[in-house]
Design a binder for this molecule. Structure first.
Ligand code: MOS
Length: 738
């Protein structure tokens, strides 16, 4: 039955079927990788560097070795042969799977705070943890460069790092800005953020002769299989990755990290299964993170509100050796009609760990800036912010003149504005009050590129009307098990409860990374194709009775294996998929069209007139993302994204001590995220949209859409409440003390 958590499906939306793995999860029956029982395992714990730059001159390990139960301690002196090769994902002609080229324990050198310097193995988790704390390194420390503005950082243009990155440009933006009737031109910043999924980062490795089995939560079972094979110089056929349940990922479990190969190498040396479960604090270093950015946006417009120029420049921090960047200007230049656009993305190399994916890696920070600037422009023009978006709305993106496959931005604004009662807003900053609280309202655009990757799936239909779908795709908590069952049921004309789904295992038909919000579209396309092939075989019989049809065909089951590439995607993507590479395509990267999902978010904040405490009182988001497979799981994804957006707006930041290039609040106890009490009223509206061009199943994906724009909507609401424009995230009360 429909309720707030399970919205009534509208046009082109699937039923709000409860998650088929929900019962297993709440009863403890879902076995996460670290729940897998190993035969006589040993436990590993990490010792991490307390300097950011330099080298280890020697270790004092006596105290650590003296802990009862300690079996061995591995350092660069004993494990330096472990990682043979580590190619970073997307950064070389060669197939790469890793989050970074930095290989800890392979030499004495330290390139960032929290680098793994030793791995302690013991009979118990507790002994390993205690001993890891007693590992005493001596360092030759050098002065590190921490971040923007630190001595010794170097700047490099993104376009020089990656051939795939072009800085979008059209017309003459600087000239248009100089002669503009109205303009805003400001600098903004976004902070370092770290992943804290509920399920920690774990790795269990078991060898059987030359065969390695890895239990690890991964957004790409196949990618991890090939990544570890590359690290260890193994035949990928000898590596098996199991990742059946994943307790949150958000990008943190996307690329192969150094730990997996190191744990595998130790298991081999000891000839024992090794289990590693990171501590909450170590999680800040085991995974990747979202790097800080500094950005400039200039907007120019004529008095009627039409944009005449957009300049967007971004600087992002990365490590010394790796040129990781997110480059959100591909997206910000496609949002509105504008004849003169210029952009540039650069990285700043500092003595830091290589950053990596975090929910809407590019769009979250870059759209915060664009959507803040749009609000500033609306204010300067005296035009309602919703109307400013309408004036500049376009069905053709301005850089290459390509048509959006579908774009429901204004229907989203209109639906959300009506539900939010935007028309009742007081436009004058600082004018609305509720007792001691200043009330403000703001809005912003949400968007996310629609990405699709090659995928494969095997579907088996039995004569009793049950089916089995097998694909290596992962369910990171988003509902993949459920929507795959729904897709198979729909195509085969059976009940979704009769579809068994097996996921998250590298022995299954390969599927892409659960990243870039692509898996529902990609995997459902493959499942649909396999089902269609089954239907093809069943055709020609008048009987509706499945059992009879199977008898007629003389088979006990019908099994079909399907491979899919999305329209416009290169067919070589399938070969790459069989090597564990997810050839994601789409968004602004296609030659003949552009594909995005859109949304609009409205937020009301209350700012205490004396303490300046900031509360989000209510938020309304309306989103259109093509076919919605399941209104319950889609709403849940969008709601989670919006709550993540509140974290980005008001709470999340890892503070760095610039003197030492080290993090200060590297523990969940000190790293703030929104909790239930921070979220009062949250409304998700699913706006119907049909798009048959994006892919075979018309799905755009909703995993990352909800976090984009939220922080700008909050900043814009804070401005409306107080008259203070905050351009640096997170917005804290000290920014509002005047
Ligand atoms: Mo996500 S940051 O695409 O895993």
């Amino acid at each position: 039955m429909a309720n707030a958590a399970a919205p009534e499906p509208k046009e082109n939306m699937g039923q709000p079927m409860p998650r088929i793995d929900g019962r297993l999860k709440v009863t403890g029956g879902a076995r996460y990788p670290s729940d897998i029982r190993l035969k006589e395992p040993v436990y590993a714990a990490l010792a991490l560097s307390s300097i950011a730059l330099g080298s280890i001159s020697r270790f004092r390990l006596d105290a650590a070795r003296a802990v009862a139960g300690v079996i061995d301690i591995f350092t660069h002196e004993t494990l330096s042969d472990a990682i043979k090769e580590q190619v970073m994902m997307g950064q070389s002609e060669q197939a790469g799977y890793a989050a970074s080229t930095i290989r800890p324990l392979q030499s004495a050198s330290i390139l960032h705070d929290g680098q793994i310097i030793a791995i302690v193995v013991a009979d118990t988790f507790e002994a390993a943890t205690e001993a890891a704390r007693l590992v005493a390194p001596e360092y030759d420390a050098r002065t590190p460069s921490a971040t923007f503005g630190s001595d010794g950082v170097t700047i490099e243009e993104a376009a020089k790092i990656s051939k795939k990155h072009e800085d979008p440009k059209i017309g003459d933006a600087e000239a248009a800005l100089r002669t503009a009737e109205v303009k805003v031109d400001n600098r903004y910043s976004t902070p370092v953020q770290h992943h804290n999924p509920i399920e920690l980062f774990t790795t269990s490795c078991i060898w059987d002769g030359p065969k390695l089995t890895i239990f690890e939560p991964s957004q790409t079972a196949h990618g991890l299989r090939f990544g570890v094979a590359q690290q260890l110089g193994m035949n990928p056929d000898d590596v098996h990755v199991v990742s059946s349940f994943i307790g949150g990922a958000f990008g943190s479990k996307g690329a192969t990290t150094e730990r997996t190969a190191l744990i595998a190498a130790i298991a081999k040396k000891l000839d024992r299964p090794v289990k590693f479960v990171s501590s909450r604090a170590d999680a800040f270093f085991v995974s990747t993170y979202r790097a800080e950015t500094e950005q400039r946006v200039a907007l120019a417009a004529s008095r009627d509100g039409k944009l005449t120029a957009l300049i967007h420049e971004g600087h992002e921090v990365t490590s010394r050796p790796d040129g990781y960047f997110v480059g959100g200007t591909d997206t910000t230049t496609r949002m509105y009609a504008c004849p003169n656009i210029s952009t540039k993305v650069s990285v700043v190399h500092a003595d830091r760990k290589t950053p990596g994916f975090m929910r809407a890696p590019a769009e979250m920070p870059y759209m915060f800036v664009l959507e803040s600037a749009m609000d500033e422009l609306a204010e300067t023009l005296g035009i309602d912010p919703v109307e400013l978006r309408r004036i500049n709305d376009t069905q053709i993106e301005p850089i290459k003149g390509l048509a959006f496959t579908s774009r429901s931005l204004m229907p989203c604004f209109d639906a959300a504005a009506a539900a939010f009662r935007w028309s009742e807003r007081n436009r004058k900053p600082g004018a609305a009050r509720d007792g001691d609280w200043l009330i403000g309202q703001g809005c912003a655009t949400s968007c996310y590129p629609t990405m699709v990757a090659p995928a494969t799936a095997r579907v088996s239909l039995m004569p009793d009307g049950t089916a089995h779908v097998e694909t290596a795709a992962q369910d990171v908590g988003t509902g993949t098990y459920t929507v795959v069952a729904q897709m198979a049921a729909e195509r085969l004309g059976i009940d979704a409860r009769h579809v068994k789904v097996t996921l998250g295992d590298s022995k299954l038909p390969p599927a892409p990374v659960s990243g870039g919000s692509n898996v529902t579209a990609s995997v459902c396309s493959a499942v649909a194709k396999a089902c269609d092939a089954i239907n093809e075989k069943l055709r020609g019989s008048n009987s509706q009775n499945l059992a009879e049809q199977f008898r007629r065909l003389g088979v006990s089951e019908l099994v079909e294996y399907a491979e899919t590439v999305a329209p416009g995607a290169s067919p070589e993507g399938i070969d790459q998929l069989y090597k564990g590479i997810s050839a994601l395509g789409g968004g602004p990267k296609l030659k003949d069209r552009i594909q995005y999902a859109f949304g609009a978010q409205f937020i009301e904040v209350a700012v205490h007139s004396r303490t300046r405490e900031i509360r989000v009182r209510r938020m309304t988001g309306a989103f259109a993302a093509g076919r919605i497979m399941n209104t319950r799981t889609a709403r849940s994804q969008l709601m989670g994204g919006m709550i993540g957006g509140i974290g980005s707006a008001l709470l999340e930041a890892t503070e760095i001590d610039r003197r030492y290039a080290r993090y200060v609040n590297k523990n969940l106890a000190d790293y703030e995220v929104p909790v239930n009490a921070d979220i009062e009223a949250l409304d998700v509206i699913l706006v119907p949209e049909t798009d048959d061009k994006v892919n075979a199943v018309g799905v755009k994906g909703v995993g990352e859409l909800g976090i984009v724009g939220t922080a700008a909507a909050v900043a814009n609401a804070v401005y409306n409440a107080t008259g203070i424009r905050v351009r640096d995230l997170p917005i804290r009360l000290d920014a509002l003390l005047t």
